[in-house]
Structure formats: structure tokens, C-alpha cells
Design a protein around this ligand. Structure first.
Ligand code: PGA
Length: 258
């Protein structure tokens, strides 16, 4: 059975002092883990620093982005091989903050997803609709378009053992998670869509939810059967809160799986 994967996305937050101050607490999370896996996405410049601290733990590292080029004259970019070199396991692809603030379109995101997967790292593909698209009942269409942009270039096998994070854009940073029934309906729909192409591939995918998760609303999310993980932003920045969240997930998973 798949472990429940909780990813902490620090976004543009944290510094050496934050890491040094919290590293013992972060390492303690490792001892809690039986049914869950934890991965942390610090800003690029702190990945290797954290990697050295977490070497002997099962906590994995995540990059928040990647360039589409493998090397060359691309000032300011970071390549897949560099990420591999510093111990990264997962890469967040197509986060809405990159789609919006850095104008990344579906085609560009598809290239990053394929490059990541083909090079042996695990892409976490973020998909989801805006508030306006939700009002127009376009959620499913938007999510399928985001997935189809990859399927246009590659066979469905590219999704084998990858992660799809459903993150309604309007829920991110809003303080309110999306409606549980709606999350379940959307993830079911995406899962079925991929299953209609290849069931085995669909079953291998970890489906996460992301958007204003915290220790106080996490229990509601466990009512959703098809979720195998969470993508947590703000609530991962206070390590004590993050630990409470992980403890709740562990407790729930132990009940569900015993
Ligand atoms: P949030 O961010 O938990 O702060 O809403 C989630 C995300 O952007 O992945």
C-alpha cells in the first residue's frame, strides 16, 4: 500500500537561521513516520544545506521548480542534473504561482514534467482552476486540459509513479480548504480519466490535495478516500504546527490501515 505523502512547500520563505533553529524538530518528524512519508521543498539555495542535515533520515527533498534545459547559457536557471546532484527526489511542476507570476503555460509545464520524469526524479504536477473557472463550472475541463498538454507529447506511461496535486487556485493561501465533496469529485474524475486510458498507470499515481491545509482542518481531508497525500504551504512554516499535522495524518492512516 502507498504511503501517505505530505510535502511541505516553503515557497519563498526561510533562511539558514530558520533551518538551524528548527532542524532538531524537523529530524524528530522522522521518528513519527510509519504510514506517512515527508518531503520538504525549501528555496533552491537551502536544498543542499538541508540535504546534509537530513542525510540519515527518510525525509526527502523537493525542488520548487526546474528549467527545461539540461545545461548551457541559461543565466539564473537550475537543471535536472544539478537537482539530482544535491539529493533532490521530487520536483514541483506547474504550481499556480509559477503559472500566474511567471506566465508558465501548459506546454512549457508539460516539457518540465516530461524532463523530470525521464531523468528519474518524481514530478508533482499541480493542477486546478481559478475562482472564475469554478464559477463557470469549468473545473474538470481545466484539470483535463492541464493533463492533456502532457499526453499530447507523451504516452500515458509518463504518469507512472508520479504525483498529481489538485490545488484549486482560489483555495491556496485563502485560509479555507475547498469543499470536501468537491475535492473528492474532482480527484475521482481525474483518476477515472487516466484510468480510461490505462488503469495500471492511474493506480500508480499519488493524488494530493493542496490549498490552505492546516492542523485544524486536516481531519476533514481524510474523509476523502482517493487522496494519498497533501501539499502544504503556509502551515509547514511553523514546524510545531507541521508536526501536529503529521501526527494527525499518522494516527488516521494507522486506523485506516490496521
Ligand atoms: P497554502 O499553499 O497551504 O499556503 O495554501 C499550498 C500550495 O500553494 O501548495
Amino acid at each position: 500500500m502507498k504511503k501517505f505523502l505530505i510535502v511541505a512547500n516553503w515557497k519563498l520563505n526561510g533562511n539558514l537561521n530558520f533551518i538551524d533553529k528548527n532542524i532538531n524538530l524537523i529530524k524528530k518528524i522522522n521518528n513519527l513516520l510509519h504510514y506517512c512519508k515527508i518531503a520538504i521543498a525549501p528555496p533552491y539555495v537551502y536544498i543542499y544545506y538541508l540535504h546534509n542535515y537530513l542525510k540519515n533520515t527518510s525525509i526527502n527533498l523537493v525542488a520548487q521548480n526546474i528549467d527545461i534545459h539540461e545545461k548551457g547559457s541559461f543565466t539564473g536557471e537550475i537543471s535536472i542534473n544539478m537537482l539530482k546532484d544535491i539529493g533532490v527526489k521530487y520536483v514541483i511542476i506547474g504550481h499556480s504561482e509559477r503559472r500566474i507570476n511567471h506566465y508558465e503555460n501548459n506546454n512549457f509545464i508539460a516539457k518540465k514534467f516530461i524532463l523530470t520524469k525521464k531523468n528519474g526524479l518524481i514530478p508533482i504536477l499541480c493542477i486546478g482552476e481559478t475562482k472564475e473557472e469554478k464559477k463557470q463550472n469549468k473545473t474538470e475541463k481545466i484539470c483535463i486540459n492541464q493533463i492533456n498538454s502532457i499526453l499530447k507529447i507523451c504516452e500515458v506511461n509518463i504518469f507512472y509513479n508520479t504525483i498529481i496535486a489538485y490545488e484549486p487556485i482560489w483555495a491556496i493561501g485563502s485560509g479555507k480548504i475547498a469543499n470536501i465533496n468537491e475535492i473528492e469529485k474532482t480527484i475521482n474524475f481525474i483518476k477515472k480519466y487516466i484510468s480510461s486510458i490505462n488503469q495500471k498507470i492511474s493506480e500508480s499515481i499519488i493524488f494530493q490535495y493542496g490549498g490552505s491545509i492546516d492542523k485544524d482542518n486536516i481531519n476533514n481531508l481524510f474523509q476523502i478516500k482517493n487522496i494519498n497525500g497533501l501539499l502544504v504551504g503556509k502551515a509547514s512554516l511553523t514546524i510545531e504546527n507541521f508536526i501536529s499535522l503529521v501526527k494527525k495524518a499518522e494516527k488516521k492512516m494507522s486506523l485506516l490501515r490496521s
